[in-house]
Design a protein around this ligand. Sequence first.
Ligand code: S3P
Length: 446
Amino acid sequence: MSGTLLINDKIKKFNKRIKVTGDKSLSIRWVLLASQATGKSKAHNLLMSEDVLAAIDSIKKLGIKVKINKNYCEILGNGINGFNFKKNLTIDAKNSGTLGRLILGLLIKSPNKIKLVGDNSLSKRDFSRVTKPLQEFGAKFYYKKKNKLPLSILGSKSVKGINYLESKGSAQCKSSIMFAALNSTGITSIKARKSRNHTELLFKYLKIAIKIKKTKKYDFIDIKRPKIIPSFNYQIPGDISSCAFFIALTTSANDSQLLIKDVNINPSRIGVITILKKMGAKILLKNKKNYRGEKISNIFIKSSKNLKAINCPSELNSSAIDEFLIIFLIAARAKGISYFKDISELNQKESPRLIWGSKILNMMGIKTKLTKNSIKIYGQPNLEIKKPIIIKNYLKDHRIFMMSTIAALTCGGKWKIHDKDSINTSFPTFLKIIKKISSKYYEINK
Ligand code: S3P
C-alpha cells in the first residue's frame, strides 16, 4: 500500500477533451500473441501499466526479445511454442488475473516446470477456472494451496484439442483455452457463455482457423491449430474501462461536458454505456470506425440532473463486469432503488468488489441490501456528504481507488483515499487527467 490522496472539495464545472490510455485486455493479448508470432510485431499506444509490463517481463523470461521505444513496443516472436528458457523458471503475473490465466494457456507444452506467482491480491483468486480445462489438454499443476498461486505448470508432449463448457462468462478462461488450442492437434471446441471477444477478433484478423456460432447466451467456438501466426502491427485503442470513471464523473458533475477520443467500443465491453443511458446519462458515440474487427469511437458526455434507478438486466453483466463499482456510484445518486443481480463474479476480482463496493456506499450514507449474488442500492439524488471518509485498500484494487476518487469529487465530504499507486496496474495517467479536468492540485502523500 502506498500513496494517499486527500480530496476536500467537489469538482467545479468543466468542458474538456481527453484521451485515456490503451485498452488493457488488448494490450496483454497483443504481447502474448506477438510472442507466438513469427517475426517482428509492433504496437502503438500499448498500455504501459504494471499489468502489461508484467506480461512483457514474463515473455522476456521465456526467451522472447522485446524493445520498448518512446512511441511503440516491438516484439520479436519466435513462433508458436517458441519459448526458450532455463530450468526452475518463475514468472510473476503481479496483480493481473488476465496475464496469469492467459499465459498458462501458452505453456501447456512446457517440458519443464514453470512456477507462476502473483501479488497478495492475485494469490487469493481462483485459478481452477483455467487449470481445470488445461488439465484436460494434458498439463499438470502443482500447488501449495489448491487452485491458488503460487502454482507450477508442467506441460505435456502431445496435446490434443478438447471440448469444453465455459459456464461463468469468463473471457480469461475462454482465452486461456483458445491460447492452448494454438498448440493442440485436432479441433478445440468451446461452448462459452458470452464474454468479451477480443481474442476471437484477433484470431480472425490473424487468419487462424476459427469458427464461431452465436446463440443468445453462448458462443460456440471451434479452433484449429495454425501452422504459423504472422507477425502483426496494432494500434491499441483507448480503454472503455478507464473511460468509465470519466463518464461517471461528467454525468454526476454540475453542468459539465467531456469528449473522450478514440475509445474501443467493442459491443462486448460497453455495458456501462447501455446501463448508464438507461439511468438517464447523456452519452453520445461520435465518429465510429472499424479497426481490425474492433469498433472505435469518440465518446461525448454531458452532466445529467435526472438520474433514475435501474433494475439491471443480468444479460448486461458480462459487458459491464469491470464497471460495476462506478455504476453503483451512479445508482447511489439516482432516484429510486436500483437492483443488480447474478453478480457474484464481482467478488472474484482484485478485491471482493461486491462487498467492498457496498461498504463504500454505506460509508457515504447510502443504504444497500447485499446478498452473495446481488445488491439493492437506495439512491439519494441530493446526497451531500459532510463527514470525513477514509478508504483503506490494502488488497491493491485500482478500481476501488478510482471509484472512491470519483465519489469524493462528486458527492462532497473530506476523503482520505489510500493506495494511490494501485492505479499503476491499469490506468497510470488517471490522476493526471483528473488534474487536467479540474485544474486543481489534490494533495498526495507518498
Ligand atoms: C478480462 C476479463 C474479465 C475482466 C478482466 C479482464 C480479460 O475477467 O474482469 O479485468 O482481459 O479477459 P473474467 O474473464 O474473469 O470475467
